[in-house]
Design a protein around this ligand. Structure first.
Ligand code: SAM
Length: 223
C-alpha cells in the first residue's frame, strides 16, 4: 500500500483528500477490478462520449481527470481515444502506471490543469468532481472548460444525491476520511452550463450490488 505523500499544500482539506486517496489506491485497484466490464450502463455512457469525440473531427486525445488507478484507460483506447490520466494522488498515479503500463499518467490537480487552453477534444471526469468544495467549484469547472476545445466534449459520472457534504472513506476500515458531496443532476448541469458546456445527455441509475448510492451521468459539449 503506498504511504501518504510527505509534505502538504496550504489547504488541509486537499491534503486530507490526497493522503486518503494515496491509502485508497490499492483498495480501489482490487475493489474496482472488473467493475467496468460488469457495467454495460457505464460502458454505454463512455461509448456515447467516445462516439461524439471521434465524430467531432477535433482529434482523439482526451484527459481522464481524476483517473485513479487508470482503470478506464484501456476501454477508452478500445473506443478509438488516446487517453492520458491525471490525478491528485501520487499513490493512485503509482498504481495506474503499474497496472496500465501502456498509458501516460501524471500527478495534477483538476483545479489547475497543466493543459493549454482549448487543447483537448475531450475530458473524462469519472467520479472525480465530487470532492470540490462549493467555493472551488466555479473555478474548477471553468478550468475544465478552459482546456476543452469549442465543440469538444466532457463526460462525467458521480454519486447522485442531495448536494450535502458527507464524510467519505469511513466504511473502508482504512482509517481515512475526507469530504465528499453526492450531487443532484441540476447542480452538476448548472455548474457545467455556467462554465460553458451545453448538456447533450444526462441519466441516472440505481445502486448496483455493493454500491452505496445511485449514479448520475452527463455528457456535455463545449460551446
Ligand atoms: C472515486 S475515485 C475515481 C477514480 C477513477 N476515475 C475511477 O473511476 O476509477 C476519485 C479520484 O479523483 C481524484 N481527485 C479528487 N480530487 C481531485 C482533484 N482536485 N484533482 C485531481 N484528482 C482528484 C482522487 O484522487 C481519486 O483518485
Amino acid at each position: 500500500m503506498p504511504s501518504p505523500t510527505p509534505g502538504g499544500t496550504d489547504d488541509p482539506a486537499i491534503d486530507e483528500l490526497r493522503d486518503a486517496h494515496d491509502v485508497l489506491a490499492e483498495f480501489y485497484a482490487e475493489r474496482l477490478a472488473g467493475a467496468l466490464e460488469a457495467s454495460p450502463l457505464d460502458r454505454s455512457v463512455l461509448d456515447l462520449f467516445a462516439t461524439l469525440v471521434v465524430g467531432s473531427g477535433l482529434g482523439v486525445a482526451v484527459a481522464d481527470v481524476g483517473c485513479g488507478t487508470g482503470r478506464l484507460e484501456p476501454y477508452l483506447a478500445s473506443r478509438g481515444l488516446e487517453p492520458r490520466g491525471v490525478d491528485l494522488s501520487p499513490g493512485m498515479i503509482a498504481v495506474a502506471r503499474r497496472d496500465q503500463p501502456g498509458f501516460s499518467f501524471e500527478q495534477g490537480d483538476l483545479r489547475a490543469l497543466r493543459f493549454a487552453d482549448a487543447s483537448l477534444p475531450g475530458v473524462v471526469c469519472w467520479y472525480s468532481l465530487m470532492y470540490l468544495t462549493p467555493a472551488d467549484r466555479p473555478g474548477a469547472f471553468a478550468e475544465l472548460a478552459r482546456v476543452v476545445r469549442p465543440g469538444g466534449h466532457l463526460v462525467t459520472a458521480w454519486k447522485l444525491g442531495d448536494d450535502q457534504v458527507r464524510r467519505g472513506g469511513r466504511t473502508t476500515g482504512l482509517g481515512i476520511e475526507f469530504d465528499v458531496w453526492w450531487h443532484s443532476t441540476p447542480e452538476v448541469e448548472d455548474r457545467l452550463e455556467r462554465a460553458g458546456f451545453e448538456t447533450l445527455f444526462w441519466a441516472g441509475r440505481p445502486p448496483a450490488d455493493g454500491e452505496d448510492s445511485p449514479s448520475g451521468y452527463l455528457v456535455g459539449r463545449r460551446r
